[in-house]
Design a protein around this ligand. Structure first.
Ligand code: FCX
Length: 439
């Protein structure tokens, strides 16, 4: 078994050569035109980012180095493979795949889990910073601030200040990314303890446990196999969703200024905290609980349809449905549904039943309504409801769980440095300037 860093060092030269050849041949080739609608529409559809780990296809959904979620579920080492309680793939396995494009062996994942456990303890000054936050400060603000403070010990900053060569940037960047991913569970758990009083506040790490097994333990779910396994699946499949989404794009943009991974990720988390991005799962939960309140538990399809129409007729959207890029059912939703189907305790849960009922009923209503380009469920229609059903009822914390997952997108920073990507600096125009150009 090799270490992840060795495996990354092995693939980098070959990918660098591939990019070099592409550049030599095609540097002036066009990837498409830029229309005013792209500029005004949040840069939708513009082909202007390099992203190594995953590609989002509008019909097939996300693929990680060409592997779909069901492929990953079949091929990536699971908790069971490592002799742990549970069956789901481990985020460590996904981390390895994202960084190398290769499926790791069980021993390689075991080694990575052990390395993360070894690096997982928070420095005392960060604990003190988190403890000083008022309980009323949003958990995402606490998360972003605590992650930024970790840059005190950034390997990249230290190496840069010593004058490291550009060709070596990727190595201390990798070290920071691993340190950050290792410490994220303790940060998230300490925030959970301080704000909601759950867990024992100690963030103890068992070196023989996986990253999420340790996290579940820290937040008081160590003996809850269902929740621990759900978190593994959730965190593995939410990690990377190509580069253009706000959190991923932000960490890449900030990293392009050679800000270290801690600062880059702190900025990405600030983007994830926005209601149009990371907060949707929280909104679905509010919608489902409101629906249950309005029409009762186990309501008929007719009653649910009526509620959907009244939501739409009052000008609101049905949260958890539609997508900016996807045009079919989100495979992440299908993976979470599959998880619910295999868990008798969730099959009995009225909220989970409602999520499944909505997935049957809402697409027809949304199609008849005729506005959305995609009437099918996205991942958010299920993700928060399962957390709730398993007893994590603190809505304000849900985006933090998403944030732990999105740390896997930090893998792109390693590739950005390995490829020598430049500082981002797109061209901008005023309305007057556009008017002149387009007349
Ligand atoms: N319910 C009702 N109307 C909807 C809808 C929904 N779920 N989804 C889209 N529409 C409407 C839009 O509001 C828009 O109406 P308008 O012409 O009056 O402005 C029209 O359909 C066309 O929108 P469309 O092109 O299909 O979708 P967009 O790319 O503009 O927006 C989001 C995509 C995801 C923002 C949109 O589908 C939505 O608001 N969904 C509900 C919220 C949600 O689930 N967000 C999470 C998305 C996702 F999983 C993620 O990125 O995390």
């Amino acid at each position: 078994a090799s270490t992840l860093k060795d495996a990354v060092a092995q693939v980098i030269p070959e990918k660098q050569e591939q990019l070099k050849a592409l550049k030599a041949k095609h540097n002036n080739s066009s990837l498409g035109e830029v229309k005013l609608e792209n500029l005004l529409g949040g840069m939708r559809g513009l082909k202007c980012m390099l992203w190594e780990g995953s590609v989002l296809d509008s019909e097939r959904g996300i693929a990680f180095h060409g592997r779909s979620i069901p492929d990953c579920e079949k091929e990536l080492p699971t908790a069971k493979d490592l002799g742990l309680k549970g069956k789901e793939m481990l985020p460590e396995s996904m981390l390895w795949l994202l960084l190398t494009g290769k499926v790791p062996s069980v021993d390689e994942v075991r080694g990575l889990s052990a390395e993360l456990a070894e690096k997982g303890k928070l420095p005392n000054y960060v604990e003190k910073i988190i403890d000083s936050f008022p309980k009323t400060l949003h958990p995402m603000t606490q998360f972003s601030a605590a992650v930024a403070a970790l840059n005190h010990d950034s390997a990249f900053s230290a190496a840069y200040n010593k004058g490291i060569k550009k060709s070596e940037y990727w190595s201390p960047t990798y070290d920071d990314v691993i340190t950050l991913i290792a410490k994220i569970p303790a940060i998230a758990a300490r925030i959970y303890y301080n704000v909601f009083g759950k867990g024992d506040g100690k963030q103890a790490i068992d070196p023989s446990n996986d990253l999420i097994g340790n996290y579940a333990n820290m937040i008081g779910y160590g003996d809850h196999e269902g929740m621990t396994d759900y978190l593994r699946l959730y965190i593995a499949i939410h990690g990377d969703h190509e580069g253009g989404n706000v959190s991923a794009h932000t960490l890449h943009l900030v990293g392009s200024a050679l800000s270290d991974p801690f600062l880059s990720y702190s900025a990405g988390l600030a983007g994830l905290a926005g209601p149009l991005h990371g907060l949707a799962n929280q909104e679905v939960l509010g919608f489902c609980l409101g629906l249950q309140k309005a029409v009762g538990e186990n309501a008929s399809d007719e009653k649910v349809k009526e509620h959907l129409w009244s939501t739409l007729n009052s000008g609101r959207v049905v949260p958890g449905y539609g997508h900016a890029v996807l045009r079919s059912t989100d495979p992440r939703f299908l993976a979470l549904s599959r998880f619910c189907d295999t868990r008798p305790e969730l099959q009995k849960d009225s909220l989970v039943q409602l999520v499944q009922q909505l997935a049957r009923v809402a697409p027809g209503v949304l199609t008849e309504h005729g506005k959305t380009k995609n009437p099918n469920p996205n991942v958010d229609s299920a993700s928060g409801c399962v957390l709730y059903s398993y007893g994590m009822t603190e809505f304000k914390y849900y985006t933090v769980v998403f944030g732990i997952s999105r740390a896997l997108a930090l893998t792109q920073l390693v590739w950005d440095r390995a490829y020598g990507m430049g500082i981002e600096r797109p061209k901008s125009f005023s309305v007057d300037a556009l008017q002149k150009m387009l007349k």
